[in-house]
Ligand binder design. Structure first.
Ligand code: UT7
Length: 330
């Protein structure tokens, strides 16, 4: 019988260094005014020179395990969603499983651009629901600052570094209700990393390239489409949504999507002003903020929608379930 799965604990971590718009304006031809007006971003966290993905993901994962009250050794699946692993292999998930003390865990990295975290929770859900795993750790995080051209004003103003993690386990009721995932490689050229992988391994250009206007159009379209799809599939409407977590790419994109869906500002989580676009870290970081603000009470309906490189998109609908009051089923 297919089982249900729930988020039993969550955690996040950010690099210490905060970089303001004014500091970026000292480096490239931009201004605080332009960045705030076009993106809503005011500051972002940037990793230190010697800080790689797992250095940020590790404390986020530890916090999620502690929050769930789960021992590392009880995790038998670890998925790390990222486009900035420490290196291609060994995978960051395998490194994390080793460092955190998870000898039983199957571990792999998942690459789906900024939608990576949503894709990863779908994978974990499938393994838990089918009985192939009993307790999963899903990490979403990126250190995009490492792959940005720091002379390119069109990208450095947008992105920041950060990571979040969730522990997922089977549950009797509530938890994840449904998902919607999609990809359009035809639009992939609008957000790409030339000198990466086997196609362009000899290309010395190691930095992110982006056609901002095209990604903007794509984002506003799929955030609305994907949310409507998952709500319809689950027999819910936007009026049922208590907490909306869209990918934190740009405040204008968030406002457009929320407005078009008809979700009021007080139900929409926004932290892009403080962290910028943290790619795979964006949704779990926003989840932590929503929890800290006391917005995720037992039974609340949570809609999360991501979009990003690939191009990819995905939504998850969750009935927030406090596992401590509902008993474990692992
Ligand atoms: O996870 C997905 C990641 N990517 C995204 O989410 C990106 C989505 N796209 C966007 O957020 C927006 O397209 C941007 C914020 C990147 C740009 O905003 P826009 O309103 O689409 O501006 P634009 O690209 O149409 O550029 C307007 C002007 C241009 O000058 P001209 O050609 O009109 O003279 C740009 O050169 O703004 C200029 N510009 C800047 N000016 C000051 C571009 N970047 C900057 C900058 N500071 N940082």
């Amino acid at each position: 019988m297919t089982r249900r799965a729930v988020i039993a604990g969550s955690g996040s971590a950010l690099p210490r260094t905060c970089v303001t718009n004014a500091e970026l304006a000292e480096r490239v031809d931009t201004s605080d005014e332009w960045i705030v007006e076009r993106t809503g971003i005011r500051e972002r966290r940037i990793a230190a020179k010697d800080e790689a993905l797992t250095d940020i993901a590790r404390p986020a994962a530890r916090a999620a395990l502690a929050d769930a009250g789960v021992e590392p050794g009880d995790i038998d699946l670890l998925i790390c969603a990222t486009v900035t692993p420490d290196m291609m292999f060994p995978t960051s998930s395998a490194l994390l499983a080793d460092e955190l003390g998870m000898p039983k865990a199957a571990a792999y990295d998942l690459l789906a651009g900024c939608t990576g975290f949503v894709y990863a929770v779908v994978q974990a859900y499938s393994m838990l629901a089918s009985g192939l795993a009993t307790r999963a750790l899903v990490v979403g995080g990126d250190v995009l600052s490492k792959i940005l051209d720091w002379e390119d004003r069109s990208t450095i103003v947008l992105f920041g570094d950060g990571a979040g993690a969730v522990v997922m386990e089977p549950v009797d009721r509530g938890g994840f209700l449904g998902f919607e995932l999609g990809a359009d490689g035809g639009g992939g050229e609008h957000l790409w990393l030339p000198g990466s992988g086997s196609r362009h391994f000899d290309d010395p250009d190691q930095f992110v390239k982006m056609n901002g206007r095209e990604v903007f159009k794509f984002a506003t379209r799929v955030l609305v489409y994907s949310a409507e799809q998952v709500l319809a599939e689950c027999g819910k409407t936007v009026d049922d949504v208590d907490v909306y977590i869209p990918h934190q790419a740009n405040k204008r994109i968030i406002d457009y999507a929320a407005g078009k869906l008809g979700i009021p500002a007080e139900r929409t989580v926004v932290n892009v002003d403080r962290y910028g676009n943290t790619s795979s870290g964006s949704i779990p970081l926003a989840l932590m903020d929503a929890r800290a603000e006391g917005r995720l009470r037992d039974g609340a309906l949570l809609l999360m929608t991501g979009m990003g490189a690939g191009l990819t998109w995905g939504s998850a609908l969750i009935e927030w379930t406090d596992v401590s009051s509902n008993g474990r089923n692992g």
